[in-house]
Design a protein around this ligand. Structure first.
Ligand code: COA
Length: 337
């Protein structure tokens, strides 16, 4: 699994200067879902670790959620929107196919000088965005970049399909990336991979050039998420284990030197299986999938934000990142906090 490795000692190291997150107000519990489809709290909790998820209000947009998470991250980073050089949004549920949700976000924030674009790496969107931001900061081409993972998956799940609708939740997570005040701290490396041969195991098939919107696309539900859960599970465990080994190896880290695992939470059992193979105790991973479900690209930055605001992160600690999503696309990284 050779992929892009960005691990040279940089002149300027990039760091995360601020974190933020947002979840919509409405909570949908497993018991609520059991009224919609043939499922139960016990089945969902046991197979996934999920007990509840948040669902956006009617009329609430992906960019609205992104704004709320971004404002929190900008405050913490003491950064004004007008000082942002770039806005990167990882999402598969944009406000509309064109223009980018990042353009709406930049406008709503008042990030007037920033260029803005969306990237499509599904649940790995934030790790991909963070890696791109890292390059711009390290090269000196930018001083402040906002990276957002945001998903409004409740609008693209099939609420009659119990094998997918129980998994996902709506949320946004934001990171402000800039030069590290201390070259020994910051993003040490990021590692990205994609295997398009696995494109079919997790997809939204309709609405693009292959299946343009039509009455038939709607009738066949091609505009909604489809997934081969077992295949995704198997692939994710293997790919994430390898990616974290790659990240630890690139930085000479052994399991005992990992202080925190900041993971995209797709399924608690995937995370448990990966950490078991890596010999890293689950106690190192901050989990919130019980409260939020799988929030796709929002998951990693939201988890980092929770750790950060709970005061769990100490200077010099090693954080290992990991995320995987449709593509299949996945990535890992190491941050020295
Ligand atoms: N409630 C009750 N029963 C359910 C159910 C639900 N919500 N969803 C599926 N089932 C049933 C199936 O119909 C099947 O019944 P059958 O044996 O009578 O045919 C049975 O449970 C087992 O289904 P299976 O798909 O084999 O379950 P699983 O153990 O693989 O768990 C997932 C299903 C989706 C939880 C699991 O495969 C998974 O988490 N995969 C990864 C998904 C993921 O992370 N996606 C996002 C990646 S970013």
């Amino acid at each position: 699994m050779d992929g892009l490795c960005v691990c040279r000692a940089p002149v300027t190291r990039a760091h995360i200067l601020g974190t933020g997150s947002y979840v919509p107000e409405r909570v949908l519990t497993n018991d609520d879902l059991a009224k919609l489809v043939d499922t139960s709290d016990a089945w969902i909790a046991e197979r996934t670790g999920i007990r509840a998820r948040h669902v956006a209000a009617p009329g609430e947009l992906t960019s609205d959620m992104a704004v709320k998470a971004s404002v929190h991250a900008l405050e913490l980073a003491q950064t004004r929107p007008e000082d942002l050089d770039a806005v990167i949004v990882g999402t598969v549920t944009p406000d509309m196919p064109m223009p980018a949700t990042a353009a709406f976000l930049a406008h709503k924030l008042g990030a007037k000088k920033a260029f803005a674009f969306d990237l499509s790496a599904a649940c790995a969107g934030s790790v991909f965005g963070l890696s791109i931001a890292q390059q711009y900061i390290q090269s000196g081409a930018a001083k402040r970049i906002l990276v957002v993972g945001v998903e409004l998956l409740s609008r693209v799940v099939d609420w009659t399909d119990r094998s997918t609708c129980v998994l996902f939740g709506d949320a946004a997570g934001a990171l402000v990336v800039g030069p590290s005040p201390d070259p020994a701290r910051g993003i040490l490396s990021t590692h990205l991979h994609t295997d398009g041969a696995q494109a079919n195991i997790l997809a939204i098939r309709g609405g693009g050039s292959k299946h343009p919107q039509s009455a038939e696309v709607l009738a066949q539900k091609l505009h909604l998420v489809s997934m081969n859960g077992k295949e995704v599970f198997r692939f994710a465990v293997r790919a994430l284990t390898d990616a974290v080994k790659e990240a630890m190896g690139a930085n000479g880290l052994v399991p005992g030197q990992v202080d925190h695992v900041v993971a995209h939470q797709a399924n608690l059992r995937i995370l448990e299986a990966v950490l078991d193979r890596l010999d890293i105790p689950m106690a190192k991973a901050w989990t919130n999938i019980d409260r939020y479900g799988n929030t796709s690209s929002a998951s990693m930055p939201m988890t980092l934000d929770e750790l950060n605001r709970a005061g769990k992160l100490q200077q010099g600690q090693n954080l290992v990142l990991m995320a995987i999503g449709g593509g299949m696309s996945w990535g890992s990284g190491v941050i020295r906090w």
